[in-house]
Design a protein around this ligand. Structure first.
Ligand SMILES: *Cc1c(COP(=O)(O)O)cnc(C)c1O
Length: 402
């Protein structure tokens, strides 16, 4: 008999999941993080706040999202029954809004009227700007100048909803530099400003907090499967950038050891190509953006630039809870190349009438192998983290070379 993996599903008081997490931030931010942790702890127990959150989830985001049986994918792969958790049907087209609404409501409760965030491809910026417009808070989004040009449509969406988008011209003029600027802004305006982080990364308590706002994904899945099939899932699959949509689906099932879980990392051109974003496969422990986790880095500890065809997975780090689930063996992580993801994207579009985001397509790429090795009475749930409309330019360009 194999030993059961020892897993920790909540952080320690210092914010660690196993060996990973913590708070690696300037001294001036420690008291702000303490205050955040304290207020979040109160609201977790506050039934009125939880009811208000649930109401926004229902009336604004459109939750619960459906759990769709993927009949033609199931027939094609000839194994387990495949269900899709439809986060692509959330308002704004992806799961990110769950967390943005949650954190902006928390900011409001804490009496902070100003929101600051950073964004790479613009998806988290759009979700945050959306939540701020809905709830009436001011919103500043830092974005690398390079990304401002590449993601013009998202910049226009944010500005239309009243957010101020500030182009960052330092360093490589991308997400890494935008994050540093957002943190600098937060340090100097910490009294009236709340920093909204877009994935299960950053200093404690962000990884836990962001995860909790996404747990609705897994909780709904459990209820919906129970109604549809009278039982739970056998295998959960999700793509992993920072790791928020994956943890949202996985977390409510972590203690049920009969449920297998696989995370799809972006391999880019291949894990050994030097152009990859497969953090767990190719990285080593190190500190990035306020916490200790796996990180793509050079021999002497410089952060490496990640590469993935999908902007949302193009990040050299990963949330500390995933690092713990990886080293403990509870969750399996596999690397999926750009080409494998694009092949899956086309297949899902043609077989199911759903064009997934390129991020999401990485999860779908694992399906043929996993589904065909399972029985017909077993169940797989794939988290459909977002829709592909935003990626149509990249998709068209990619397939024009075929
Ligand atoms: C941002 C994004 C991701 C990656 O972020 P996680 O925190 O890993 O979930 C995945 N899918 C979509 C559609 C996204 O927009």
């Amino acid at each position: 008999m194999t030993a059961l993996p020892l897993i920790q599903t909540e952080p320690t008081e210092e914010g660690y999941f196993g060996d990973f997490g913590g708070r690696f931030v300037p001294e001036t931010l420690i008291s702000a993080l303490d205050q955040l942790e304290y207020e979040y702890g109160l609201l977790e127990q506050d039934l009125v706040f939880q009811e208000q959150l649930l109401s926004e989830f229902r009336q604004f985001i459109g939750r619960p999202t459906p759990l769709t049986f993927a009949k033609r994918l199931t027939e094609t792969y000839g194994g387990a029954k495949i269900y899709l958790k439809r986060e692509d049907l959330c308002h704004t087209g992806a799961h990110k809004i769950n967390n943005a609404i949650g954190q902006v409501m928390l900011a409001q409760k804490m009496g902070k009227q100003n929101i600051v965030a950073e964004t790479g491809a613009g998806q988290h910026g759009v979700a945050t700007a959306t939540a701020c417009a809905k709830l009436g808070l001011t919103c500043i989004v830092y974005m690398g100048e390079e990304d401002v040009h590449r993601q013009k449509l998202n910049v226009e969406r944010m500005r239309l909803m009243g957010a101020e988008v500030i182009p960052v011209t330092s360093g490589s003029r991308t997400l890494k530099d935008a994050t540093s600027e957002a943190i600098r802004h937060w340090v100097t305006h910490v009294r009236d400003t709340f920093y909204v982080i877009g994935s299960v990364v950053g200093p404690h308590p962000y990884p836990k907090m962001v995860r909790d706002f996404h747990r609705c994904i897994g909780l709904e899945t459990r209820e919906q499967l129970d109604q549809l099939e009278g039982k739970g899932p056998d295998h959960l699959i999700a793509c992993v950038g920072g790791g928020s949509n994956a943890l949202g689906l996985f977390h409510p099932f972590l203690e049920d050891l009969s449920v297998y879980m696989t995370g799809a990392e972006a391999a880019g051109f291949g894990v050994d190509s030097g152009k990859t974003a497969a953090t767990l496969t190719k990285g080593r422990p190190g500190v990035l953006h306020g916490s200790l986790s796996y990180l793509l880095q050079t021999m002497d500890g410089q952060v490496e630039l990640a590469h993935s065809i999908s902007a949302g997975l193009d990040y050299p780090g990963i949330g500390p809870e995933h690092a713990h689930l990886f080293t403990s063996g509870r969750v399996t992580y596999k690397a999926v190349t750009d080409d494998e993801a694009m092949k899956a994207l086309k297949e899902v579009s043609m077989l199911e009438g759903i064009i997934p985001a390129i991020e999401t397509a990485h999860a779908f790429a694992l399906l043929p192998e996993i589904a065909s090795s399972m029985n017909k009475d077993q169940i797989i749930v794939v988290n459909c983290s977002g829709r592909g409309d935003k990626d149509m330019t990249t998709i068209t360009e990619y397939f024009s070379h075929e």
